[in-house]
Design a protein around this ligand. Structure first.
Ligand code: AP5
Length: 220
């Protein structure tokens, strides 16, 4: 039986970091709308150029575009999906429910990653990723073992994101509180919201997420 999980949290909460652990440990498929949109922008298509401007400002891309991206990927299931950065609006949450129903599937758990705003600023400003394998690092909390070289794949293509700057982060946070945080109440009402302390160390957060998936975690 497939396990489908949503990682819900503000920018920098650690969704991508935990998604990579779940891929490794449970063979789940990560569906990150952020990664899909970054792929679209680097393709240079008209849609990609439009998306790039919106992302750089820190605003949300239209529901229509992101729902379309998710719809295209839902046949790649396997052991289940990790929805990372999706849904981000109530319209996206409703659309996801419909899409899952069509596939004869359901969302098993929504993990709400709780992190305070001060921590988010330092997480975002210290983040860099491997352009080859996507491993996520941080200048202070998770540096590479050898400077400038990815621990996982050995690539030296380490990058910082264009939207990881103070101005765009302010907008991203505002978008989160205005449009995404209502999903906390939405999933609470549905009975599958599981809060996790996202301020804990990466391994401890992973254990808490694991406990949720094993049915022994906290629930609101
Ligand atoms: P997206 O790529 O989804 O970015 P985000 O939600 O802003 O989230 P981040 O990737 O910034 O953070 P994260 O929670 O994954 O944290 P990470 O693990 O990297 O979206 C980008 C843009 O695309 C949006 O602004 C929007 O324009 C558009 N978009 C995407 N989806 C959309 C949608 N559904 N609808 C509309 N528009 C959409 O960790 C951050 C840092 O902290 C790292 O350096 C990491 O090493 C470190 N860290 C992680 N965990 C810990 C820990 N426990 N302790 C200490 N450090 C930690």
């Amino acid at each position: 039986m497939a396990t489908n999980i949503i990682l819900l949290g503000p920018p920098g909460a650690g969704k991508g970091t935990q998604a990579r652990r779940l891929i490794e440990e449970r063979g789940l498929v990560q569906l990150s709308t952020g990664d899909m949109l970054r792929e679209a922008r680097s393709s240079g298509t008209e849609m990609g150029q439009l998306v790039a401007k919106v992302m750089d400002r820190g605003e949300l891309v239209t529901d229509e575009i992101v729902i379309g991206l998710i719809r295209e990927k839902l046949d790649q299931g396997g052991n289940g999906f990790i929805f990372d950065g999706f849904p981000r609006t109530l319209a996206q949450a409703d659309a996801l429910e419909g899409l899952m129903k069509d596939e004869g599937q359901q969302i098993d758990a929504v993990v709400e990653m709780r992190v305070d705003d001060t921590a988010l600023v330092s997480r975002i400003s210290g983040r860099f990723t491997c352009g080859n394998c996507g491993e996520v690092y941080h200048d202070v909390t998770k540096p590479t073992k050898a400077e400038g070289v990815c621990d996982v794949c050995g690539s030296t293509d380490l990058r910082r994101r264009a939207d990881d700057n103070a101005e765009s982060l302010k907008t991203r946070l505002m978008e989160y509180y205005k449009k995404t945080s209502p999903l906390i109440g939405y999933y609470y009402a549905k009975g599958n919201l599981h809060p996790v302390d996202g301020l804990a160390e990466i391994d401890q957060v992973a254990s808490a997420v694991s406990a949720v998936l094993n049915g022994t975690g906290s629930k609101t």
